[in-house]
Design a protein around this ligand. Structure first.
Ligand code: MSP
Length: 508
């Protein structure tokens, strides 16, 4: 029986336009999902959209359209982006779907019946212009709220609260006893630090008079659900909560998120699940944020990287490679166009492109495009074989630890080893001497095999290129597996190559 593996991204705010930060999160999740498929796991990979709440309601009003219509117009910007980036999600959830509303209401009802939700009063500073409660964060040093909020009044309203505070000690103990629950470890420590302060209960409703665009509470239709309560629940909706499928799919193995939403995922969410008697996700992994040329990306500065433009100029694989290679999952990254071009030309075109292209071009030139029979192996050949086998062996552990840029580093060591092998074995010299034909066969066979193994290891990161390498090797469309990367000799001698062409044309 294959292992199941369930990975999620955050659901993105439908009213935003996708940018490189969203693309990053989804691509990292895609690499992990594809790596698990390569290892034979049965993967369920979820992404989707967060569609309720104040901002969506306001944006729809500003456009003069009903909120649902607004969401329906925006959703394709997201849904259609993922295939462009070669993202292989299995489901795409929208929080306005019926399947989701049902689950949110079922869980709310369950918590209400169990006495986990009570009615209370909320009092705070309310901006009539922004139509929202303000916190101390928004308050200026003079104790006043900035003018953009217009009139700020003291407002009291009836609301529902979730008894979160009673779970605080349990959560602290859980995080301590399960060191892998929050990744990376410095974020876990940050969270434990935060949890030193009392948590308080969570206000989970908004009166309909103030916010209509949300899921009504099943026990009081005059209120809608707080948007994070609604949003987090998407992960169990898509797993089939309330159906037999749920047992097979849940718990999620990884919720991949950005660092700024860790509190919601590693504190509110586990407590919600615990209170509802639902098992916890195995891991919440928080990645860092991208800046551009050292600056925060923002529409007003006009420095936002548009993933579609990058794909048009460089291809999806180049984008995926850069995002994954540049930084470890967890750290912040800084996008610079020059660094992108440097990695493209140096690592993709030169290191990888050259290895495959010169190896296969020599098979064309010296062996009529037919993979030769290998002869006796020498120390140089076995060294390359062993190096490849060791790289394959490290793969699963690297993936389990989310060490994806280090894994790319390992694969690049193998690519460089392959290039050194070409230089040392010098097939062009062997080709000049008919007495060395057997040796030439061995060398070119080793290069074809190394290219095959490298193509498998690269499948999660640069899937289109990986397929191209296999097609150039004349291998069929059969999907690659990590087990095949661990076996030497699967390119059949005597096999004709496909069409050989550069993988990454150099760019200025
Ligand atoms: N809707 C909520 C998530 C609900 S999940 C139950 C949300 N949406 S978001 O669209 O604002 O952000 C989604 C993700 O994009 C976050 O994980 C965030 O970290 C990521 N990024 C947004 N800008 C980013 C960068 N500049 N760099 C990297 N990721 C960033 O929050």
């Amino acid at each position: 029986m294959p292992n199941k593996f369930y990975i999620t991204t955050p659901i993105y705010y439908v009213n935003d336009r996708p940018h490189i930060g969203h693309a990053y999160c989804t691509i990292v999740a895609d690499v992990v999902a594809r790596a698990h498929r390569l290892m034979g796991d049965e993967v369920f990979f979820l992404t989707g959209l967060d569609e309720h709440g104040q901002k969506v309601q306001q944006a729809a009003q500003a456009k003069g359209v009903p909120a649902q219509e607004f969401c329906d117009e925006m959703a394709p910007h997201w849904r259609e982006l993922w295939p462009v980036l070669n993202v292989s999600n299995d489901d795409f959830i929208r929080t306005t779907e019926e399947r989701h509303k049902r689950v949110v209401q079922a869980i709310l009802q369950k918590l209400y019946d169990a006495g986990e939700i009570y009615q209370g009063e909320y009092e705070g500073w309310y901006s009539t212009r922004a139509e929202q409660f303000l916190t101390e964060k928004e308050m200026g040093p003079d104790g006043k709220f900035p003018a953009e909020f217009g009139e700020v009044i003291r407002l009291r309203e009836k609301n529902y609260f979730f008894k979160m505070s009673q779970y605080q000690d349990w959560l602290i103990a859980y995080i301590r006893e399960n060191p892998d629950f929050v990744y990376p470890d410095y974020r876990r420590n940050e969270l434990l630090g935060f949890l030193q302060k009392p948590l308080g209960d969570l206000c989970i409703s908004r009166p309909k008079t103030r916010l209509a665009w949300g899921i009504p509470l099943p026990f009081d239709a005059e209120h809608v659900t707080y948007v994070w309560f609604d949003a987090l629940t998407n992960y169990v909706t898509a797993a089939g909560y309330g159906t037999p499928q749920f047992e097979k799919c849940w718990p999620a193995d990884i919720h991949l998120i950005g660092k700024e939403i860790l509190l919601f995922h590693a504190c509110y969410w586990p407590i919600m699940l615990r209170a509802a008697g639902i098992p916890l996700p195995v891991q919440v992994a928080a990645h860092g944020w991208w800046t551009r040329d050292g600056q925060k990306m923002s529409k007003s500065v006009g420095n936002v990287v548009d993933p579609v433009k990058v794909v048009e100029a460089w291809g999806a694989d180049a984008l995926r490679y850069y995002l994954l290679r540049e930084l470890p999952v967890g750290s912040d990254g800084d996008w610079t166009d020059s660094n992108f071009a440097r990695r493209y030309n140096g690592e993709l075109a030169n290191d990888l492109g050259n290895l495959v292209n010169r190896s296969l071009s020599m098979v064309k030139r010296y062996c009529n495009g037919i993979v030769p029979q290998p002869g006796a192996t020498e120390a140089l050949d076995s060294e390359l074989q062993t190096f490849a086998a060791e790289t394959v062996k490290r793969f699963a552990d690297r993936v389990a630890k989310l060490e994806l840029n280090q894994l790319l580093g390992d694969i690049w060591e193998l690519v460089r080893k392959g290039n050194q092998y070409v230089d040392q074995a010098a097939p062009w010299a062997l080709a000049k001497d008919p007495a060395k034909a057997a040796r030439l066969g061995t060398v070119l066979y080793h290069l074809a095999e190394s290219s095959r193994i490298i193509s498998i290891l690269l499948t999660p990161f640069i899937p289109t290129t990986a397929d191209k390498i296999r097609a150039q090797l004349g291998l069929g469309q059969a999907s690659a597996s990590l087990a095949d990367a661990g076996r030497w000799g699967l390119v059949p001698a005597g096999q004709p190559l496909g069409e050989v062409a550069p993988l990454f044309p150099r760019k200025g």
